[in-house]
Design a protein around this ligand. Structure first.
Ligand code: ADP
Length: 307
């Protein structure tokens, strides 16, 4: 006993202990291996389901777009046909009906295009058509497009075209879409009478675009999540359907599209805001850091919608 307490174990006991320890370790390793196999198979199943969902979204959107293109074409033909034109000229009511019809179809078509674009970005199926891009003209056109609404809503869009580069290499259509979404949001989330400041700083390799508004702001917790699909920080019940009215609604896809586009160019997009306060209006500032020469990267796969 004395020997035992002094640390001199029986050799047989020590061996038994080592064998037990080995068995225990083996048991843990095999349990871990089986857990890893389980996780791998759930992961593969989730990917399979995610792919089915993305394919479904794309197919449905395509199927909806085809007849909608026809409806749009016919509504335009109707609008321009001499008989309808006569009717429109003689009756403001008919004019409003036809106008409403065309606008509703355009809105629907925009939604479908948004869904298709975001789905393509999410699955990495977006292909950039890189070419010379005149950011100055592009930004100018977007600002002009918002001229009417800014006038109606007494919003000042401060913009100096000479700050913006006329030569970068990028996908003009997609860069335009990204900028349009961010500026459109600044308009949507700024009450009437506010200011939207557009700034562009040209660096050696990158340009830094800043879209600063005097709107309702964004809570810290929401600031990274708003770039996820279908994430809307605002109360959707309060959304109006217009894209340019204060708090005009959307599907929560615009910024996910922007991030996909900017990251596909090798750039970065982020937001800074002191929080959301509809009374004191702290405003939000969105930054887009875009390489002058797009570095094509495969866009980060988006988290599954709603997740
Ligand atoms: P939505 O179609 O809802 O505008 P977005 O993806 O463009 O979707 O934006 C996601 C959310 O981010 C919006 O619902 C809104 O809550 C918030 N957000 C975006 N831009 C601004 C902004 N300039 N000011 C305040 N909130 C904003």
């Amino acid at each position: 006993m004395e020997r035992y307490l002094a640390g001199a174990y029986d050799t047989a006991d020590t061996e038994a202990l080592i064998t037990a320890q080995k068995a225990y370790n083996q048991e843990i390793v095999s349990r871990l291996e089986s857990k890893i196999r389980e996780l791998e198979s759930s992961n593969a199943e989730l990917r399979r389901l995610d792919k089915i969902k993305e394919d479904f979204i794309q197919l449905t959107a395509h199927e909806l777009r085809t007849p909608l293109t026809l409806v749009y074409g016919y509504s335009r033909l109707l609008q321009d046909s001499p008989i309808v034109r006569q009717l429109r000229e003689s009756s403001p009511e008919i004019q409003a009906f036809v106008q409403g019809l065309v606008e509703a179809i355009e809105r629907m078509s925009n939604v479908i295009n948004e869904i298709l674009t975001v789905s393509r970005i999410a699955t990495g199926r977006i292909e950039l058509a890189i070419g010379p891009t005149d950011l100055s003209i592009l930004a100018q056109e977007i600002v002009q497009g918002f001229a009417e609404v800014s006038q109606q809503r007494n919003l000042l869009i401060s913009f100096n075209a000479s700050q913006w580069p006329s030569h970068i290499q990028g996908d003009s259509d997609l860069v335009r879409l990204a900028l349009y979404n961010v500026i459109g949001n600044a308009i949507k989330y700024t009450p009437d009478g506010g200011v939207i400041n557009l700034i562009c700083k040209i660096g050696v390799t990158n340009v830094l675009i800043t879209v600063q508004d005097t709107g309702i702001g964004i809570n810290k917790d929401d600031q990274s999540r708003i770039f996820d699909r279908f994430y809307t920080a605002s109360d959707t019940a309060l959304h109006s359907t217009s894209k340019t009215a204060f708090r005009g609604g959307g599907l929560g896809l615009g910024l996910a599209i922007c991030r996909g586009i900017i990251e596909a160019h090798g750039g970065r997009i982020w937001v800074e805001s002191d929080g959301r306060d509809e009374e004191h209006l702290p405003g939000s500032t969105f930054y887009i850091d875009l390489p002058i020469q797009a570095r094509i990267t495969s866009p980060r796969r988006m988290a599954p919608a709603g997740g």
